[in-house]
Design a binder for this molecule. Structure first.
Ligand SMILES: [Zn+2]
Length: 499
């Protein structure tokens, strides 16, 4: 999960040979062996893949591995596309290591009491103008900002939460339009400066958007915990300022979602696609990353989300060998760890009409602490609950509800990219009871690897649970829906309305 969950025990597995009849459908043997589960997880979480970071060679090896598996299972390319790859262009925006401002006898340095949040280089002696919030056209009236630096309070009067930062973007444009060469905003002292610095002071991966060129002027946040500078500015609304920054470094790169298609058997349900997805990226490698050491600097991501990808491969193989009534899309998604970007790109550039996608069963987690269960985030939200329960049971596990609803995991993995557009969605995770303890000891750490307490037998059972649950959903008599009262129902009515 992109900020999330989950460790292990050994389970005896009855060699995967299940045959049962339900709803008139006979499930054949799964043909998924413990050996292949083991080799899949060992490869995907190997040091060779260097933590599967988008833009690095390791994730490309993972992508090729998954694609070769899809091919070998007979999983097809989505009709009207030309390959398994959905190529996505990203930008990596890296803030400067050093930048400084000096004005009113005070000095400010990047990552201390200053953060450049966007924009290019600028080294010059200039003049500044201070305008309270600079939120309205009236505030700019009669004031020349041409070739000057604008200093304001962060946000606008009465704004709270995210709207503050959205408005910060608007203000950047206003400042540019008024001729300013840079924008400096001062957050109220109630802001958590360290939180801001940690979020904005790091390299960010964003979808490349040809329409947005990003900030064309340097844009800073400045710390003023005792409001000394703000007080001085009230009495000195203009003056001299020295600015020195090398600006943001930006680098573009490509990474791909991998998409496969398994046709359904019932022509009446041929436009009722079921999406099966799991993110295959992780957070990479490097001594600069938190928790890395000379002894180990590779974030293997065996649990997050190697397990999910192994389960996705198992489901792809199982369904290709035992097609369900509904067609199935199998998606290995990239860039989840940098903000669910692969799934968002998929849903905004889907080769299948979104209204023809009736359910998304995502797979993501941070590890297993209960080898008797599979945990379902969003279990109660849709009418697919019973099908999922039956599928999980077929694999010898029990389907358990999200034990930490207050952590809002439903909005922290790729399922949300589908749900917020109205598509009923649920995430399956390895069994856990709390997002702490054994789970957080490995979550996003270098020791999330195939180690002594990683149970291959559990992963086998878990992968079958995912495959069988997927099959049961794809065979449901009625289309899965949100249960009454779910907040995504309105979006669903809009998406699935007859037109
Ligand atoms: Zn994950």
């Amino acid at each position: 999960m992109g900020n999330n969950i989950f460790s292990y025990f050994i389970i005896f597995l009855a060699s995967g040979l299940f045959t049962c009849t339900r709803n008139g459908i006979s499930y054949k043997n799964s043909n998924i062996t413990v050996e292949e589960i083991k080799s899949n997880i060992e490869y995907l979480a190997s040091d060779e893949l260097m933590g599967r970071e988008p833009g690095h060679p390791g994730i490309e090896k993972a992508a090729n591995y998954i694609t070769e598996k899809f091919k070998s299972y007979g999983v097809k390319i989505i009709p009207a596309t030309s390959s398994y790859f959905q190529k996505i262009k990203f930008e990596k925006a890296a803030p400067p290591h050093e930048a400084s401002l000096s004005f009113l006898n005070s000095d400010f340095r990047q990552n201390e009491n200053l953060i450049q949040i966007a924009g290019p280089s600028l080294t010059k002696n200039l003049e500044f103008v201070y305008l309270d919030y600079a939120a309205t056209a009236e505030e700019y009236a009669g004031i020349s900002l041409k070739n000057k630096i604008l200093i304001t309070k962060l946000g606008g009067p009465g704004l709270t939460g995210r709207s503050i930062f959205n408005f910060s973007d608007e203000k950047n444009i206003l400042a540019q339009q008024n001729g300013a060469l840079a924008l400096i905003e001062i957050p109220a002292n109630t802001f958590d400066w360290n939180g801001l610095a940690s979020y904005f002071g790091h390299t960010r991966t964003i979808l490349s958007n040809p329409e947005s060129k990003g900030s064309e002027i340097p844009h800073f946040y400045l710390s003023d915990p005792e409001e000394k500078i703000t007080e001085k500015l009230k009495n000195n609304s203009d003056g001299a300022i020295r600015i020195d920054t090398p600006g943001f470094a930006s680098d573009s790169f490509y990474s791909s979602n991998i998409m496969g298609f398994i046709p359904g058997t019932n022509p009446e349900k041929s436009d009722e696609f079921i999406v099966l997805c799991a993110h295959y990226d992780h957070i990479g490698a490097g001594l600069h990353k938190r928790g890395a050491s000379v002894a180990d600097s590779i974030f293997n991501g065996a649990r997050d989300n190697g397990m999910g990808v192994v389960a996705l491969l198992a489901a792809a193989k199982h369904l290709a060998q035992n097609p369900a009534q509904r067609p199935v899309l199998v998606l290995a998604l990239t860039a989840e760890e940098s903000g669910l970007q692969g799934s968002r790109f998929f849903t905004t550039n889907s080769p299948i009409l979104l209204k023809n996608i009736v359910f998304a069963l995502n797979n993501d987690g941070a590890g297993m602490t209960d080898d008797k269960i599979a945990t379902l985030v969003g279990f109660e939200k849709t009418t697919a609950k019973e099908a999922i329960r039956q599928g999980v049971k077929q694999a010898g596990l029990l389907a358990a509800s999200d034990p930490v609803p207050h952590m809002n995991l439903f909005e922290r993995s790729d399922n949300i990219s589908f749900a917020k557009l109205g598509i009923p969605a649920t995430t399956m995770s390895p069994g856990f009871h709390q997002f702490s303890g054994a789970l957080s000891e490995k979550y996003h750490k270098v020791n999330d690897e195939v180690d002594a307490d990683f149970s291959i037998d559990y992963l086998h059972k878990y992968s079958l649970a995912y495959a069988f649950a997927a099959q049961a959903i794809a065979n449901m008599d009625n289309k899965p829906e949100w249960v009454d009262g779910e907040k995504y129902q309105a979006a669903a009515s809009e998406l699935y309305k007859n037109d």
